[in-house]
Design a protein around this ligand. Structure first.
Ligand SMILES: Nc1nc2c(ncn2[C@@H]2O[C@H](COP(=O)(O)OP(=O)(O)OP(=O)(O)O)[C@@H](O)[C@H]2O)c(=O)[nH]1
Ligand SMILES: [Mg+2]
Length: 286
């Protein structure tokens, strides 16, 4: 598996050569171009002296992690349900393939649920992953109620000794309000099965969207209380700085980062490593 620093090379490649010291203005420019939210950049700079070294920079950046808690995956054989949400094109369906791959490596038995009944192609896309990964899928025809798909999937998982259900959802409907209602209904349906079957709500964000992704995260969080985030497309962006805003501002755990279109194109995320990767791109090695 690639290291976080290597995978994020593109993100910070604009910095060019590294420095031994920077003044505030120089650092401000670098952080803003990397797409760290401006208010956060100001907060970071406030805590730094005018002549900034690698050590001082790292110390201040790490202080933003105080309340960050990584997601605690319990090693369990009980049935768990993941509902994957996010705006259209964020990478939900591809991320389901990655999650399925991840759970497979933990010897879980998985079932996919094609809860994006809005787009005909969505059904086909998830069916292709189901074939490729050799994982069963529950689907219905286009336009049908996605909550019914979720219900059938969980019901069938209980009967078939399956311990992980992954539910795909639509990113767009005719109206924004109807999408909100649809997602809430899907989650309510999952919860009908009771506390013994925990439902995780995982938000997929497109890493190339930079700070826009933060607004999306706030909206989804208000709507359905997000449990964890996955950020995709970090293989092709220079806006990875938004990740810093996401974990330091929202305090939501980041499960992993997507770095490509295949089922194994993901890397573990550690905020400490992420901060060190930024720092190594900016400052000379000691
Ligand atoms: N380079 C790159 N491409 C990705 C990544 N994740 C997803 N994609 C691509 O982004 C496009 C959209 O991904 P989907 O998984 O279809 O996104 P979605 O959120 O399911 O989209 P809708 O179903 O339309 O809402 C596809 O072409 C994916 O192959 C990633 O980590 N890196
Ligand atoms: Mg999709």
């Amino acid at each position: 598996m690639l290291s976080l620093g290597k995978s994020l090379k593109k993100t910070f490649s604009f910095i060019g050569s590294t420095h031994s010291k920077l003044d505030k203005e120089e650092l401000e420019e670098i952080l803003v171009v990397a797409d760290i939210e401006y208010e956060l950049v100001e907060e970071i700079l406030e805590q730094l002296p005018n002549s900034i070294t690698k050590d001082k920079f790292e110390k201040v950046m790490l202080s933003f992690l105080a309340d960050y808690k990584p997601y605690d995956f319990k090693d369990t054989n009980e049935l768990e349900i993941d509902v994957i949400v996010g705006v259209n094109g964020a990478g939900k369906t591809t991320t389901i393939a990655k999650l399925a791959n991840f759970y497979k490596s933990k010897n879980k038995k998985i079932l996919l649920a094609a809860g994006d009944t809005f787009r005909a192609a969505a059904l086909e896309q998830l069916s292709l992953w189901s074939e490729k990964l050799d994982i069963p899928i529950i689907k219905t025809s286009r336009g049908h109620d996605p909550s019914a798909v979720a219900y059938n999937a969980i019901d069938s998982a209980k009967a078939r000794d399956i311990n992980q259900v992954l539910i795909d959802t639509a990113g767009r409907l005719h109206h924004q309000d109807s999408l909100a209602r649809e997602l809430q209904k899907i989650i309510k349906t999952c919860k009908k099965f009771g506390e013994d079957y925990p439902t995780r709500k995982i938000l997929v964000l497109d890493g190339t969207q930079g700070t826009l992704a933060i607004n999306q995260a706030e909206k989804f969080n208000e709507l359905i209380d997000i449990d964890a985030i996955i950020i995709t497309k970090l293989d092709g962006t220079s806006k990875g700085g938004a990740i810093f805003s996401i974990f330091s501002r929202l305090k939501l755990p980041i499960l992993f980062l997507g770095i490509g279109e295949n089922q194994d194109d993901y890397i573990d995320f550690s905020p400490e490593e992420f901060i060190l990767a930024i720092s190594e791109s900016i400052f000379d090695k000691k």
